[in-house]
Ligand binder design. Structure first.
Ligand SMILES: Cc1cc2nc3c(=O)[nH]c(=O)nc-3n(C[C@H](O)[C@H](O)[C@H](O)COP(=O)(O)O)c2cc1C
Length: 139
């Protein structure tokens, strides 16, 4: 099982969540790759069983590097992939929903619910991220 995790984070909240998720998945036996989403290559996505996007919300949308990913994969067929989304937010966390919609409309099996954390993740939040990584890796 290969899990590719692309994150964006300006203040570290979403990045911390992404790394906790990755640790859980890796410790449960998955092959993992975690990078800033801008550094995720087509090869990485092609070879992944699960694609995870970790995105904060800025101005009711994902930050530019997440939008760049969506633009790059606009016509990519994700129908053989599972997708999962997580992120930190303060108001509505629209970016999480928009990223889920992106994956849905391109055929991915999106695991619901996403992990949404308001503000800075607590220890318990990070444990949930780690647990979810482990759960997905052993599915
Ligand atoms: C300029 C600015 C705009 C923001 N806009 C939104 C928003 O539209 N919706 C929302 O839910 N949170 C919004 N937030 C809150 C961030 O998503 C939140 O602080 C998050 O924890 C940042 O995650 P990061 O540390 O991974 O970048 C905004 C924060 C800032 C500083």
């Amino acid at each position: 099982m290969k899990i590719v995790i692309g994150y964006e984070s300006y203040h570290g909240n979403t990045r911390t969540m992404a790394y906790a998720f990755e640790r859980g998945a890796r410790e449960a036996g998955a092959e993992t790759l975690i990078r800033n989403i801008r550094q995720i290559k087509l090869f990485d996505v092609k070879s992944a069983d699960v694609v995870v996007v970790a995105t904060p919300t800025y101005h009711q949308k994902p930050p530019s590097n997440v939008r760049y990913f969506m633009k790059n994969y606009d016509s990519y067929d994700f129908s053989d992939k599972t997708a999962f989304v997580l992120g930190s937010y303060e108001e509505l966390g629209d970016a999480i929903d928009q990223t889920i919609d992106f994956f849905h409309s391109r055929g991915a099996t999106v695991l619901i619910p996403p992990i949404r954390v308001k503000g800075k993740p607590t220890k318990a939040d990070l444990e949930s991220c780690q647990q979810k990584g482990s759960e997905i890796a052993t599915k």
